[in-house]
Design a protein around this ligand. Structure first.
Ligand SMILES: Nc1ncnc2c1ncn2[C@@H]1O[C@H](COP(=O)(O)OP(=O)(O)OP(=O)(O)O)[C@@H](O)[C@H]1O
Ligand SMILES: [Mg+2]
Length: 138
């Protein structure tokens, strides 16, 4: 499935469509260049899931934890990861298989330890600054 976000104001509706598309799937991988809008979309998704927490990119911690209506949300940003062992050491498997929502930025950094099943979200910046958001179930 592919969606277009013409502006930030459309993200709440798109986030709801993504949650509906995912069904029982709670692991989401976000692909897209720097500044494509991964963190921004994750904020909207957290809002749809009922989290009132302050959603910021977990640049220093690698993983942030938020509380939502249905339970916890784990937000990863692997951009600064030095190697895949660093992710294993911080307990990536325990997070991924916890049954809680996991939103993962820069999954390219952990190609060999990705979870078995996930929703793949690819964000592309279009020439008019809108975002093309492609969804696939893996
Ligand atoms: N759908 C959208 N329409 C217009 N602007 C957007 C949209 N989504 C995000 N932006 C803008 O793009 C900028 C960068 O967004 P964001 O920080 O979410 O990118 P990112 O993909 O998480 O980047 P990084 O790889 O550095 O983590 C922000 O200024 C944000 O407002
Ligand atoms: Mg980000």
């Amino acid at each position: 499935m592919s969606l277009i976000a013409q502006s930030l104001s459309e993200l709440p509706i798109i986030a709801q469509q993504i949650i509906d598309f995912a069904g029982n799937n709670r692991i989401f991988l976000f692909y897209g260049d720097m500044g494509a809008g991964k963190t921004t979309l994750i904020k909207s998704l957290c809002s749809v899931l009922g989290s009132k927490d302050n959603i910021t990119s977990p640049t220093f911690a690698i993983v942030n934890e938020y509380i939502a209506a249905q339970g916890k949300i784990y937000h990863f940003d692997f951009y600064r990861l030095k190697n895949q062992n660093e992710a294993l050491d911080l307990g990536s498997d325990e997070y991924f298989y916890s049954g809680n929502y996991c939103f993962i930025e820069w999954p390219e950094k952990i190609p060999d330890i990705l979870p078995a099943n996930y929703v793949k979200i690819a964000i592309k910046v279009m020439p008019d600054n809108s975002r093309q958001i492609s969804l696939d179930k893996i």
